[in-house]
Design a binder for this molecule. Structure first.
Ligand code: FPP
Ligand code: MG
Length: 274
C-alpha cells in the first residue's frame, strides 16, 4: 500500500472532520424543523435484511450482521439528538435459534462483544445517560451472554435520560405467555380466574417499563410483525422502507417521523376513544 505523505494525510483528516461538522450542523437544523411537530416518545426497530445485504455484496452472512451494527449506532445517535426517550430494537428472536448453528454462534459472539463494550466507562450508554434493558427469555442465552446482559442492566440502572430496550431471545407470544403465568402465580390460591384483569397481565409484561411504541420501522420492505410487540403495537405507525438494515439512514427516519406527524391527530383521537 502507498503511504500518503504526512501533509496530505493531515489535510484529508481535516476535510473529513469539516464534512462531519457540516453534517452535524445540517442535522441539527433539520431536527429543529421536525421538532416543530409532535415527536414520537418511543421508536421500535425490526432490523431486517442483514443476510440479503451480505448476499448483495457477495460477502459472508456474518459480514451482513456486522455491517448492521454501525447502522444501529447511527440510528441511536439520531434518536438521541431528536430527544426520543425510548428506543426498542429486535436484536434476536426466539425463532432465530433455529438458524444454522454457525450463524447463531456468530450473532451471539457479536452480541457478547457489543454488550461487553457497554460496560466500559467511556461507552455510549454512560456518555448519553442511557438505561439499558434486555427484554426476552434470557434463560435461553448462554451463561456468558446472560451474565453480561444482567451486568449492563445493573450498571445502567441509574441512567434516566434515554431508555434502550434490546429484545433478545424474544418473541411476543412468549412475553404474553410469561406475563399470564406471572399473573396467575401472583394470585395463586385464588381460584376465581375472573380476578385476573387486563392490568395484571399488562403490568407483568416485560415491555411495561416503556409506553407503547409510536412508530415501528422494519427495514428491507417486509411488512410483517414477525411476533414482535404484538401486544404493544395496536396504535403504532408502521413504516417499512425498502432499504436493507445496513443501508438504513437518516432519510428513512425523517420520512417515518413525517408520516407519524401526518397521522398524529387521528391516532391521538383514536387512543382517547379506547
Ligand atoms: C435480521 O436480518 C437481523 C438479525 C437477526 C440480527 C440483528 C443484529 C444486528 C443488527 C447487529 C448487532 C446488534 C446488537 C444488539 C449487538 P436477517 O438475518 O433476517 O436478514 P435477511 O432478512 O436478509 O435474511
Ligand atoms: Mg430476515
Amino acid at each position: 500500500m502507498v503511504e500518503l505523505p504526512g501533509q496530505i494525510r493531515r489535510m484529508s483528516g481535516g476535510i473529513s472532520q469539516l464534512v462531519e461538522q457540516i453534517c452535524g450542523f445540517s442535522r441539527k437544523c433539520l431536527f429543529r424543523v421536525l421538532s416543530m411537530g409532535p415527536l414520537p416518545i418511543h421508536l421500535a426497530f425490526i432490523m431486517d435484511g442483514n443476510r440479503r445485504y451480505a448476499k448483495k455484496l457477495g460477502l459472508e452472512v456474518g459480514s451482513g450482521h456486522k455491517a448492521g451494527f454501525p447502522a444501529l449506532m447511527s440510528m441511536l445517535q439520531y434518536c438521541y439528538e431528536l430527544g426520543i426517550k425510548y428506543v426498542t430494537i429486535y436484536a434476536f428472536s426466539i425463532d432465530n435459534f433455529n438458524r444454522r448453528p454457525e450463524e447463531v454462534q456468530y450473532l451471539m459472539e457479536l452480541m457478547l462483544e457489543k454488550i461487553k463494550s457497554l460496560l466500559e466507562k467511556e461507552s455510549f450508554a454512560h456518555e448519553y445517560g442511557i438505561r439499558v434493558y434486555f427484554i426476552g427469555n434470557l434463560a435461553l442465552l448462554s451463561d456468558q451472554v446472560r451474565a453480561a446482559a444482567e451486568e449492563v442492566m445493573k450498571v445502567t440502572a441509574k441512567n434516566s435520560k434515554v431508555v434502550l430496550l434490546v429484545c433478545v431471545a424474544y418473541n411476543s407470544t412468549d412475553e404474553i405467555l410469561q406475563a399470564v403465568k406471572k399473573s396467575c402465580m401472583n394470585k395463586l390460591g385464588d381460584r376465581d380466574v375472573e380476578r385476573i384483569q387486563l392490568v395484571d397481565i399488562e403490568g407483568n409484561m416485560q415491555m411495561s417499563v416503556a409506553p407503547d411504541p409510536d412508530i415501528l420501522i422494519r427495514s428491507s420492505g417486509e411488512t410483517r410483525l414477525s411476533n414482535f410487540l404484538l401486544w404493544q403495537t395496536g396504535n403504532t405507525q408502521l413504516f417499512s422502507p425498502d432499504a436493507l438494515w445496513p443501508e438504513i439512514g437518516l432519510r428513512h427516519l425523517v420520512w417515518a417521523i413525517l408520516n407519524f406527524q401526518r397521522s398524529h391527530s387521528y391516532l391521538e383521537k383514536k387512543k382517547k376513544q379506547l
